[in-house]
Design a protein around this ligand. Structure first.
Ligand code: NAD
Length: 277
């Protein structure tokens, strides 16, 4: 049990990032996102994952400002959307996100998807923002090994983080190994498989063994694999439930049982075959 709710990993540029947080995709703008982020912060979450595409950055910023928690204790991620990619458009999109979040800096800025023909120029814009001190760290999302390799062949600044779909039915062993080799921190989106894995017999059996829910078993598996997690919920009891994963350890044998669930099944878009229109 070497992990705590406010524990961090150190990214390759020295920035500390919490390995546990809240995702706010499909959380409505306005009071729903404000209340959800506030509940998470009160529960002890210190990482909030939003994106320009989620259309709720204002509420995320408002909840942070009014939380009473010092800004530097909260880690905020946002992302540049596909239609805003390219050098100039990314810089403009960043200013819009900053205005909406109403913060002085962003902790982590990500390329949301590797839009073909665009993502290399988008990365150049992220490098500019990083060098200008507007963001503490820059990274990518939904990058396959070949995207990462292409980007690293061209630029000196490599991504600190790759946020990808990752859960027991899509455990991405090759991508995780590649990222680890290159010092790129892996972060799981849909860590719970969008809630669709919670009736899996192996996870329920382990839940009974550890007196935990299937959701808690999955989240603990991610942490023990050194993967950052951002489970989403707007339900206060679930927000708290998802945070109660720091008082037990899965054995190596049980970790292997969860590893064996992998069937390379995506619930979200395939990064190589997505329609970026
Ligand atoms: P998730 O795996 O976090 O599942 C969320 C769903 O699971 C919720 O809507 C809820 O219905 C259910 N749930 C959550 N906790 C539960 C619990 N304890 N018991 C029962 N059900 C529970 O899926 P997600 O929202 O797709 O992913 C999490 C976050 O990842 C997003 O909010 C977003 O921040 C990020 N994300 C990023 C990308 C990307 O392209 N970079 C894509 C999707 C999501």
């Amino acid at each position: 049990m070497d992990k705590t709710i406010n524990g961090t990993v150190t990214l390759h540029n020295g920035v500390k990032m919490p390995y546990f947080g809240l995702g706010v995709y499909k959380v409505d703008a306005g009071s729903q996102v404000v209340d959800t982020v506030k509940t998470a912060l009160e529960t002890g979450y210190r990482l909030i994952d939003t994106a320009a595409f989620y259309d709720n950055e204002e509420g995320v910023g408002e909840a942070i400002k009014t939380s009473g928690i010092p800004r530097e204790e909260i880690f905020v991620t946002t992302k540049v959307w596909n239609s805003d990619q390219g050098y100039d458009k990314t810089l403009q999109a960043f200013e819009r996100s900053m205005e909406k979040l109403n913060l002085d800096y962003i902790d982590l800025y990500l390329i949301h998807w590797a839009v073909p023909g665009k993502y290399l120029e988008t990365w150049r814009a992220l490098e500019t923002l990083y060098k200008d001190g507007r963001v503490k760290a820059i990274g990518v999302s939904n990058f396959q090994i070949h995207h990462l390799q292409t980007l690293m062949d061209k630029y000196s600044e490599k991504p600190t983080v790759n946020q990808v779909e990752l859960h027991p039915q899509l455990s991405q062993p090759e991508l995780r190994k590649f990222c680890q080799k290159h010092g790129i921190q892996v972060e799981a989106w849909s860590p719970l498989g969008r809630g669709r894995l919670l009736n899996h017999p192996v996870l329920n059996e382990l839940g009974e063994k550890y007196y935990k829910t299937a959701a808690q078993i999955i989240l603990r598996w991610h942490l023990q694999n050194n993967v950052i997690i951002i489970p989403k919920s707007v339900t206060p009891s679930r927000i708290r439930e998802n945070a109660q994963i720091f008082d037990f350890d899965l054995s190596q044998e049980d970790m292997a049982k969860i590893d064996a669930i992998n069937i390379n099944q995506r619930f979200g878009r395939d990064p190589d075959n997505a329609n970026f229109e």
